[in-house]
Design a protein around this ligand. Structure first.
Ligand code: SF4
Length: 432
């Protein structure tokens, strides 16, 4: 697994089992590997864990990092057990001599290391600086460890600065990336629960990754299900388009026009999409009022009304089905698509029936969130305010291009609209 040097950002996680409990540890490693972890880290706090590493390394489908604190003998044992990488904090392992011993063995075996600092365990001589400037203290600690490793002629490592504080994590990694040429591992330590921890990590790591900083990431969540950390990591990488993995689900935010139980449907679609590896795009719209709208580019999608819904592909209706069968029928269409070598299978009679249904249910005058977004996009394109574009539509005059007909926004033509709400100013516009 290449780290740094332009390689794709690698996804890490850490097992939460007692490492020496081989059945539990191996089961969790398979689950995280299946969820997309590129690398897995296991805690090695005792001799029996170092012993268990021999089997773990042999049987793991992905590289294994041994996580060591305080005890350099365990680091040596982990290296001898075949760990693919050893993570240690040079500040808590017992002094430079002990670090040198580990570095010498790692060099012999060709094993890389991760060296890192945590905001909670900075060396004593940096405590005063930490009170004054915590970011500088973190970066100084990391830079000192890097210098130590260079003095030991060991350069096959990545570096991490971990803090529970999101702004400090961002600032210190930005600074560190300017000071050292080594790959960086990113994480927000003790980020919290699945909900808050995912958000903190998305903000902190997302900001750095968007800047091009970071070579491996780990999302630390308070859950025993390590695969959840992996899923969050992938969502961050997918959102930034740094890596692709599995389907992309698009779902409308719902609003007062919602016509079926979309919460349940979206959750079910998301769950069933986990079985697919291809980066297919699937959309779920809460009503047919808006037509297919912005989901036009989705590979497959569904939109529903009270009793009936429609399945579509690339903006074209495929068939109409009873609402309770929408999800099953959607997945039947997706499976048919893959069975036919990624070709959409269209039955023209069913498609025509669905098109008619859509026409009956679509309301071209409704000012839906999607159409408001389209209006804003048109305004941005014309370098005008959305209100101006809207007013010009109402007057039949385009403020940018001068007099003349104005392009309809989405399916809504200017002449079909009689009252709408301004998306920018909250003002109401009426057409006489
Ligand atoms: S108008 Fe848009 S946001 Fe509202 S339910 Fe319909 S598709 Fe969803």
């Amino acid at each position: 697994m290449p780290i740094g040097g332009g390689a794709p950002v690698a996804v890490q996680t850490m097992t939460k089992t007692e490492t020496a409990d081989l059945p539990a540890t191996m089961a969790q490693i398979s689950r995280v590997a299946e969820a997309g972890a590129d690398i897995v880290r296991v805690a090695v706090p005792r001799d029996q864990d170092a012993e268990a590493l021999k089997t773990i390394v042999r049987e793991s489908p992905i590289p294994v990092i041994a996580d060591i604190h305080f005890n350099h003998t365990l680091a040596l044992k982990a290296l001898d057990a075949g760990a693919h990488c050893v993570r240690l904090n040079p500040g808590n392992i017992g002094g430079p001599d002990k670090v040198a011993e580990v570095a010498a063995r790692a060099t012999e075996l060709g094993t890389p290391m991760r060296i890192g600092v945590n905001s909670g365990s900075l060396p004593k001589h940096l405590h005063a600086l930490e009170r004054e400037n915590p970011v500088e203290a973190l970066v100084t600690a990391a830079a000192e460890f890097v210098e130590l490793m260079e003095r030991l002629r060991f350069e096959d490592f990545k570096v991490s600065i971990k803090s529970t504080n999101v702004p400090n994590t961002i600032a210190s990694n930005r600074l560190l990336s300017e000071r050292i040429p080594y790959p960086l591992h990113l994480g927000i330590t003790e980020a919290g629960t699945k909900w808050s921890g995912s958000l903190k990590s998305a903000v902190g790591l997302g900001t750095l990754l968007a800047d091009g900083i970071g070579d491996t990431i780990r999302i630390s969540l308070s859950t025993f299900h390590a695969e959840e950390e992996v899923k969050v990591a992938w969502e961050i990488l997918k959102a930034l388009q740094l890596r692709e993995r599995g389907p992309v689900l698009i779902a409308c935010p719902t609003c007062g026009r919602l016509q079926f139980d979309m919460d349940t449907v979206v959750a079910e679609v998301e769950r069933r999409l986990e079985a697919y590896d291809d980066p297919i795009e699937v959309s779920v719209l809460g009503c047919a009022v808006n037509g297919i709208g912005e989901a036009r580019h989705a590979d497959f999608g569904i939109t529903g009304a009270k009793d009936m819904g429609m399945i579509y592909s690339k903006g074209e209706p495929l068939k109409k089905v009873p609402t309770e069968q929408l999800v099953d029928e959607l997945f039947k269409e997706i499976d048919r698509y893959y069975a036919a070598g990624k070709t959409v299978q269209r039955d023209e009679t069913a498609a025509a029936e669905a098109r008619r249904w859509l026409q009956e249910n679509e309301d071209a005058t409704a000012m839906t969130p999607e159409r408001i977004a389209a209006l804003e996009a048109a305004a941005a394109e014309n370098d005008a305010s959305a209100a101006e574009v809207l007013e010009s539509m109402l007057d039949g005059v385009n403020p940018v291009a001068g007099d003349g007909p104005v392009e309809p926004v989405g399916a809504m033509g200017a002449t079909e609209m009689d009252e709408v709400v301004s998306p920018v100013a909250g003002r109401r516009f009426s057409r006489s």
